[in-house]
Structure formats: C-alpha cells, structure tokens
Ligand binder design. Structure first.
Ligand code: ZN
Length: 562
C-alpha cells in the first residue's frame, strides 16, 4: 500500500474526547486511511514527534459568505486551525436573491456585520440566484470547507420585496417563504438562521427583515427542517441579553417541537445592564435539555474589546436617535451629530440602560488612533478625560472630537479589572458546561471592530489543562460542532473520515498579535490576529498551510447537507 501522506509519531487527540495516544496517521484519497503503526513510506511525510495531531477545527458561527470571493482561505480563521466553517449565520445571507435585490442585501450585510460597503461593491461576484447558485460558484475554489445556513432576511426579501422591512407576513407569504427554505435545503443548506435583535438595522435605517417576523413565521420556517431530518437552526432572539423573556422561551421550545433539530444560540456574554443574563440563558438551556430540547448557547474565549469609528460603526444602532443620525449619508450625518436637539435625544438614550444591549460606559472608551497626526496627544485618553480637558460633557466631547476628524477618529473600548474578572468567570463557567458550544468568532464580520477568530487557539492555550483536559477542549473545537450541525465524517480522526487534520507544536502554540491590515478590496482595512504553533493544516488530505504559509492548494469543499 502506498499512502499519499503520513503524519508520524504524533500525540493523536482524535476529537471524541478519548485519552490521547501516540500513533501514525496515514491519508489516502482525501480520507484517513489508518491510525496506528504505518511502516510504509508515503509521497509526503510529516514528523509530528512532540506534536499534537487533531482533527481540523470547525467554526460554526462565521460570516465568510462574501469574503470567500477574494479570500478562499477565510483568514484569519484558517490560521487558527479552522478547516471547516459555517457561513450564513444570524439570518444574513445573500441568497436566495433576485438580481435587483443583491445590492440591497449587500448593503444590509455591510451595515449589520460591519463589512465595508466599498469592499463589497468591488469584491462580491454574485449577481443573484438561488442558494445553490450562490454556493456552486465556490466549487473547487476554496481553501477550507464551507457550508451555509439559508438566511431568513434573504428569504423574506425575495417573497415580500420592500415590505419585508415593514410588516408581518401573510399566511400566503409564509407559505412561499417555507418553499424557498425547502428549495435551499434541497440545494444543500446546512439549516436555517435568523435573528431578532434591535441593533440590526439595514443601510436604510430600518430594522432588518427578520426583526419584523412573528413567532408563527419563525416556527413555520424552522418546521421545514423536519422534512429533511437534518440541519440546525441558528437564532438570536430579541431578548437574548436578559436570558430570554417568556415569549422567546416559548419560541425556542416551539422551534424544537416542530423541527426536532438542534438550536444554536448566540451568545453567552455579560451585559452591563443585564449582568446575569448569561446565567439565566445557561440555566434555561440546561432546564430545556432536561426536557429533551436541544439548545446550545455559544460562548467565546476571545477578548471582548471593540474598535469603532463613527463613519461606519453599527454598535449604537439599537438607540433610535443614534441610528437616525448614523445611517444618514454625509454630510447629513455630520450635520445631525452637530445638532443640539439631536444630541439631547442621543444623550437621553445613551444614559438609559434599558435602551442598549451592546454597551459600555464613557470611561471605558478611549482614542485608539487619530486621523490627523497633530491630534496625537488624544491617543490613549478616555472620553471623560478629554471632556474634562475641554470643560464639556462626555457625549459632546466624543462627538466633537469625531467631527473634527470627519468621523474617522478610531475609538477603542477598554475593560477594567472588575469587568475582566467577571468575563473570565463567565467563560470559566461556560467552558465546562456540557451543552455549551465554543465559537462566536463572527469570522468575516465586524472587520473594523474586533476579531474573534482566535477562540480556537485560546481554548487550547488558556483553558487547558485546567479546567479542561486537552482531549475535552479538542472535542469542543471538532466533534461537538460536527455532531450538532450534522457535518458528517469530519471533526474526528478515524479511518474513513475526511482527512482534515492539524499538527500543532504545543510548546509554540499561541495567539499572536492583533494587527490592522489593509488587504481587502477597495483598499479597505480589517483587524486580523496571528497564530503560532500550527505546524500543518491539512484539508481533505491536502496540505493547506505549513507553518502558516499557504501551499497554494485549494482543497476545500462546499458542504452540502443530505
Ligand atoms: Zn453573526
């Protein structure tokens, strides 16, 4: 027997959670052919002595839908060991789309997921069509494997046109939407995604289509999955920050009742106005599991600091006056931000804890970078410090400074020690809970605000060996997401499975620097985070990355359920 690839003498962590062991792993025709002793030689050999050998990581919460058009490696996720990603989360897909709606959907995606509109205009190649049309474009052109949910907003826009952003659907419209979800599932969708949070506002300043759906509509669309007996539902209900109100709890139970499919919930995170909302979420999901209802809340291990500029941020969109001002084109946007009456409304909203789910206080916001070098002295100073120096109120200081630089001043949130410790406590609690899914990277999204693609590496470097064993942490990054999302024959190192394999040097494994780079279409910027210690990343039996360098191969597949 001759093998295509043999990885020799590594510590095999097979993804099941079983205790690791030393073995060789042989690959033939894109599959794992042997785990054990391999005496024969191979076309290619990797010496893994002293290294961990694991299944490739699976990130189920990304928005790489568009980025793949110019970055088939889905960076920086692939640098952090991800060999399979699910796109199309939160209800925001570009397909199905009528040709005349592609621009509108791209504008929505740009706003809610923080992708530069200029980059999308230049980089997006899709001209409209079905879910299957969108993804068949990528056959043979991907570095990693990618599957996608079909998104509620696209489905709603197709059926209801502009009314999708205005009102509830009629029974006939709901039926037409069910048919579109059905066709998308037939074309390989990995499930159905939706969200109902107020911060999601399109370019036109209106809440996104899925926010206008009744519970009946959401349940009806999820019920289509039962016809296929596969796929999952990904949802962020509107009251997620508080741990779900009664009607959202009923909605989640009803989705499970009609679909029988696992439900993925974003995200377990402490919120200053609902500090224990994450705990309520965790308790509710565990109680639901006791009743047999599969609810998987998601946690993230990456830092929760945000970067923002008033020229393009979404983080204030749940406050109506802020939204009204910040979704206007220039120069009306700047004029609105100067207007004292508008400022009074904005101040009232900012000071009202009930109006914000994503929030921070002025003292936690500081200047990260200035557009005009003569303002360099502002860097590192918080909003209250800058306000005091000017003898004005913090909101006025924040807006005045931004306006002095055409809204291009870059701000950064900073967590204080108490907040840091609290977040540590939240993650420490979540990371050991059997139902909780790691993730929330939002890879491909919020490019100028934060980067969460390093969670896979952080799970192994910051939470192993305590409180997690290596084997358990690898299971969380591999077979757990594969199982919940029906990603077959991946996430595990066993004979016959697809050969998605990582070789890692535990002594070097680390999260590297967060960097701002300008490598996107239209010369736009994004944050990336480097990784160290990934010796080899193998996708479908082919070497994709060797010590972080791309081999040139594009062995990834479009995953199609069923
Ligand atoms: Zn998302």
């Amino acid at each position: 027997m001759s093998w295509d690839l043999v990885i020799r003498s590594g510590r095999v962590v097979d993804g099941t959670g079983m205790k690791s062991f030393t073995a060789d792993v042989a690959v033939k025709d894109g599959r794992i052919a042997r785990v054990g002793r391999v005496n024969e030689s191979a076309l290619r050999e990797i010496d893994a002595d002293g290294c961990w050998v694991t299944p490739g990581f699976i990130d189920v919460h990304t928005h790489y839908d568009v980025q793949l058009d110019w970055d088939p490696l889905a960076t920086p996720s692939s640098w952090h060991g991800v060999t399979t990603a699910l796109a199309g989360n939160c209800g925001f897909t570009l397909a199905p789309a009528k040709p005349e709606d592609v621009g509108w959907l791209a504008g929505m995606l740009s706003r809610v997921e923080g992708m530069s509109r200029a980059a999308l205009n230049e980089g997006l190649r899709f001209k409209g069509g079905s879910f299957g049309d969108y993804w068949s474009r990528f056959d043979g052109k991907l570095g990693i494997n990618v599957g996608s949910f079909v998104g509620h907003c696209a489905v709603r826009r197709w059926v209801m046109g502009d009314d999708a952003s205005e009102r509830e659907a009629t029974p006939a419209e709901i039926e037409a939407m069910q048919q579109l979800v059905r066709e998308s599932m037939q074309q390989g969708a990995m499930g159905f995604s939706t969200s109902q949070i107020e911060v999601h506002v399109g370019e036109d300043g209106r809440e996104v289509p899925s926010n206008h759906a009744s519970s009946e509509e959401i349940v009806a669309l999820a019920s289509v999955l039962a016809e296929f007996n596969r796929g999952s539902v990904e949802i962020i209900p509107h009251s997620f920050a508080q741990g779900y109100d009664e009607s959202d709890r009923q909605l989640l139970k009803d989705i499970y009742r009609v679909s029988g499919r696992p439900i993925e919930l974003n995200i377990l995170v402490p919120n200053p106005h609902h500090p224990m909302g994450w705990r309520a979420t965790l308790d509710f999901c565990n109680e639901a599991f006791e009743e047999g209802i599969r609810l998987h809340p998601m946690f993230t291990t990456n830092q929760l600091e945000l970067h923002l500029k008033l020229s393009d941020t979404f983080v204030f969109d749940e406050m109506l006056a802020w939204r009204e001002a910040l979704t206007r084109p220039e120069p009306e946007r700047s004029n609105a931000l100067r207007d004292p009456a508008m400022r009074a409304r904005m101040r009232a909203e900012f000071d009202d804890p009930a109006s914000r789910a994503i929030s921070f206080e002025w003292k936690g916001l500081e200047v990260e970078a200035v557009a005009d070098p003569s303002h360099a002295s502002w860097i590192g100073r918080t909003v209250p410090q800058l306000a005091e120096a000017r003898g004005i109120d913090p909101l006025d200081a924040f807006l005045d400074i931004s306006l002095e630089e055409n809204l291009e001043t870059r701000w950064q949130t900073r967590l204080d020690e108490v907040a840091r410790q609290f977040i540590h406590h939240v993650v420490a609690t979540s990371v050991v809970d059997p139902i909780v899914m790691p993730g929330s990277s939002d890879g491909g999204a919020h490019l100028a605000s934060f980067v969460g693609a390093d969670y896979t590496t952080r799970l192994l470097t910051e939470w192993v060996p305590e409180p997690l064993t290596l084997e358990h942490a690898v299971w969380r990054n591999t077979l757990m997401p594969a199982t919940v999302h029906g990603i077959e024959n991946r996430g595990v190192l066993r004979e016959g499975a697809f050969a998605d394999i990582l070789v890692m040097d535990p002594d070097r494994l680390a999260v590297g620097k967060v960097r701002l780079v300008k490598d996107f279409p239209a010369d736009t910027e994004r944050y990336v985070v480097d990784a160290e210690g990934y010796v080899a990343s193998i996708v479908n039996g082919q070497l994709l990355l060797e010590n972080g360098q791309h081999s040139g191969a594009l062995p990834g597949q479009v995953l199609r359920g069923g």
